[in-house]
Structures are given as C-alpha cells and as structure tokens.
Design a protein around this ligand. Sequence first.
Ligand code: GDP
Ligand code: IMO
Ligand code: MG
Length: 434
Amino acid sequence: MAKVDVLLGLQWGDEGKGKVVDVLSQDYDIVARFQGGANAGHTLEIDGDKHILHLIPSGIFHADKINIIGNGVVIDPFILRKEVISLRNKKIDASGNLYLSKKAHLILPTHRLLDAAYEFSKGKMKIGSTMKGIGPAYTDKTARNGLRLGEILYSGFYDRYTSLKEQHMRIISLLDWDYSDFLLDGIPFGEYESQWFESTEMLKHFHIIDSEHFIHKSLNENRTILAEGAQGTMLDVEFGTYPFVTSSSTVCAGVCTGLGIAPSRVGKVYGIVKAYCTRVGEGPFPTELNNATGDLMRDKGNEFGSTTGRPRRCGWLDLVALRYAIMLNGVTGLIMTKADVLSGFKSLKVCTRYRRNHEIIDVFPYGIQHEKFTPLYEELSGWEQDLSSIGSYGEAPQTFRDYVRFIEEEVRVPFVQISTGADRKQIFRTGRAS
Ligand code: GDP
Ligand code: IMO
Ligand code: MG
C-alpha cells in the first residue's frame, strides 16, 4: 500500500525545509502542503538563484511534479497570486501543476487587520506574529465562520464575504485599534481588498480540487507523495511553547487532518534539524545566546526571517526540545541542515537536560514560560574545515562526525542526510537508513 512520507521541522521553524523538500522532490510524484499559510517562508537556491515560497509547495521547481495546497492550509489569494507571478517571471508556470483544495480556508484582508489588532491589544504579551492573518483565519475555521476556497466557485460569494468582513470590523472597533494608516504588504486596505478579489478570479483558472479524493486515488495508483510541513514542532498549537505558537498542527498528526489521510497511510517521517537553534518572534527559547556567540551564528548563518526579514534569535542545539519533537512526530530519519555554519567554532555546546532549582529534567516542561529552566550542556570539540563543498559523509572531519554521533545517541534516531549549504547540490547522505 502506497504511503505518504512526511517532512517537517523539529524546532521553531526555518530549519531549511524548503531546500530539503526541493531535493527530495525528485523521488516523489506529488508534494503537498498540509497546514499553515503564508507565514511560512521556504527558501530554495538553484544555481545561485534564490526563491522564497510562502504558500506554494517546494516541489514547484520540478515541472513534472504535482504540487497540492491541502485542505489544512489557509490561503490568502493576494499572496498566492503574487507568488504565481513571481514564479512566472522566472519562467515557471504553476498553473498546470499547482492544485488547490476546495476545503482550504481563505484569509480575508480583514483577517490580517484582526491579526494586527490582536497583537496590538496584547502589548508585552504579543506573539510576534508574521501578521499574515493566520490566527484569525484558523479561529474562524474552528468557530465555523470561515470561507473556504471552493466558495469562490459559487454565486453569493461576495455577500458571504461582506457579511464576514462586517463581523470582523465590529470586532476591530471593540479592540480600539486605528487601522487607517495600516498597510498590508505595503498597500492600503482598500487597494489590497480589490486586488484580493482580482486574485480570486485568477485562482478560478487553477485546478481547484477535492484534494482528499485526489490524494487517495494517487495512492491507490501507487504514486508517491511527500507532505511538506511549515513552521516547526515547537510552534505547534497543541505542543509548542503556547501561547507563543502558530495556530495550526505542525506535527505529523496534522498531515492526517490537513490532507485527509488515515494514520496508517503515513510512511517515513523526516525531521529537519538545524545544527543549532533559531527562533523568530517572541516566546521561550532556553538555549538562546544573547551574546557574541549568538551574533556570530546569526551572521554566519544569515539568520534573518524569510517572510518578515526580522533577525532570528540564535542558540545552541537543544536536545530536550528535540527529543520531545521526535516523540511527537514519530520521526524515522533526521536531516541536519546548516552544518556548514558551525565550522570554525572551537567548541560546541549541546543542551541535554534542564535544571529547575535543584531538579534536573530531561523532558520538555509545561511551565517553560513561567519558570526559569537553565540549560545543562555537554561540550564537544568543533571543526575548522569548511563543510560547504564536501560531497560525502566520509570526507567530513572526525569532530563533525562525533557531533552527529553524539546527537544520534542522545535521541536514538539516525541522521540520513546532511545539508552543508543553501544550494540544492549541497547535501549528502550518511548511508544510514531511515
Ligand atoms: P524553512 O522555512 O524551513 O524552509 O527555512 P528558511 O528558508 O526560512 O530558512 C533556512 C535558510 O537557510 C534559507 O536561507 C536557506 O537558503 C538556508 N539553508 C538551508 N539549508 C542550508 C544549509 O545547509 N547551509 C546553509 N548555510 N544555509 C542553508
Ligand atoms: P517556516 O515554515 C519561523 C512564528 C512567528 C511567531 C509565531 C506565530 O518558514 O518555518 P503567526 O504568523 O503564525 O501568527 O506567527 O510563529 N512563525 C514562524 N517562525 N518560521 C516559520 O515558518 C514561521 N511561521 C510562523 O514568528 O513567533
Ligand atoms: Mg522559513
């Protein structure tokens, strides 16, 4: 029985999922996003050319692959159109191989206003949202107020839109937030709204499908499918560092609801791990380095958000969080990214436990945002050698392989591939099976 393999982030997002999906896509017929929206920023580098995808799956650069935006995703038509146009400018025509689920919910322009209004009203407790309207759109979905993409194909769409917009406007007025000068992707609300409608017209020319049926039919025809996660496990709405999380299920279970497949249809689960940790936005980050070492990681790793350009917070690898993420996702194989960024560090720290007062803990705790957890580190030797042009695991320095081995022994899952640069060519297998 054909299965859906899954690739997802095990940290706080930006692990390099887009790059790895692009590489793995060659082995699959279909790539499918199952959650999140344009809060994601997935970067691909192909022959020195950089592309950032927000909604479109990272298989789009392979013309023979089908790319699905599944029912669990929230779609802003304005942003999707922008992405389609930017691909077209690079001679990639997405209209043929991009399929959209009728059941994916729409992000309305007023969802974006609401996102900003809620952030404003939270003050110091703000999430650091990307302000793409994600939280309000998922709220409307679960509150049964939302509009799904399939609605654009039926008459009365404008009236349903207007009624929801009016409801949003009433909430915004209660939040006492003045949005008159607020810009959405650099443009005023009214203009954004009219372009939003134009975008829904354009989307009508795409394949708008019952994606759950399409996926089942494909599996029954033995076509291979890779599900592409967005965000990361520590941003999951259930298990992440709540409330500093996103509003979707970023874990493997989200694939079942976000694409409409049974748990028994999940195959391999690839977990992407950056060789260190980063986080963008607010919220707990136990191994964060607010010092020159953290700054060095940011500089060397070019750690600035792909969606908002914000500097990413940087810190050492956190195995307490990683073990938790592996447990929640049933990860069968790990893939390390940005290994090259750590070249030149004399020694490397890896957090294996936390200390709370006199207690040592090795499981990720509930009260992470209320209590002080001090990371306890093991220190390992670093390596000088530049890894970016290495073509095989055997060529890597022993101290790097010791770093990999140490993590594997701690988390008990093998690394199957190592990425050593942003380009799709900079990746090699370790020879271990997932
Ligand atoms: P995603 O959201 O998980 O897809 O990750 P992002 O694209 O937001 O951030 C990862 C960044 O690291 C991007 O700029 C990638 O081009 C880059 N990148 C991915 N893998 C590697 C790697 O192995 N080494 C280096 N130096 N950069 C990488
Ligand atoms: P990719 O797919 C990193 C963070 C935001 C904020 C919190 C909630 O590129 O890894 P939201 O916009 O969902 O209301 O933001 O989650 N966040 C991400 N951080 N990578 C992402 O996606 C993220 N998507 C959301 O910074 O802290
Ligand atoms: Mg990203």
